[in-house]
Design a protein around this ligand. Structure first.
Ligand SMILES: [Cu+2]
Length: 150
């Protein structure tokens, strides 16, 4: 018995012992106990895995696009209609932005910074995003093509 254990710890230890009696009846060999532990761990993980998978699927897809004078990289992205996404625009130089007028989506970012916008594409089609922060002579040609597919 541990000398620094408190009354609450003793209660907990008693419970642990009780559970162990239920899980491993008296007279079980060390190998059998180890096998039981392995099986219990397996059951626990197989129960948790679908839950963890569901959580991972619920998290929106993150798409990173680098903006620099005077292009986006990648310059074309494809998204699925109805699938939530987070669009991240990272500036590699001056402030930039991107606006998809028809979708009502805009992301603006400062010099060397990253900004993001979360949205769920509601309609399929091809949309042209235009840089929304004046960034120099080629600003008008700075476009990000977005394909939304079913
Ligand atoms: Cu620009």
């Amino acid at each position: 018995m541990n000398l620094i254990s408190r009354p609450t710890d003793r209660g907990r230890q008693a419970r642990v012992i009780k559970i162990e009696r239920i899980l491993y009846p008296k007279g079980l060999s060390m190998e059998a106990k180890a096998a039981m532990k392995l099986i219990c761990t397996g059951i626990l993980f197989s129960t948790l895995l679908p839950v963890l998978t569901a959580i991972a699927q619920a998290a929106p897809r993150r798409i990173e696009v680098t903006a620099k004078r005077f292009e986006f990289s990648p310059s074309e992205i494809t998204l699925k209609r109805g699938e939530p996404v987070v669009l991240i625009i990272k500036s590699a130089d001056v402030p930039h932005g991107v606006r998809f007028r028809e979708l009502g989506v805009e992301v603006r970012t400062g010099r060397g910074e990253a900004s993001e916008a979360a949205f769920t594409p509601a309609k399929a089609g091809t949309f042209v995003g235009q840089c929304s922060v004046f960034c120099g002579a080629g600003h008008g040609k700075m476009k990000l093509i977005l394909h939304i597919v079913d």
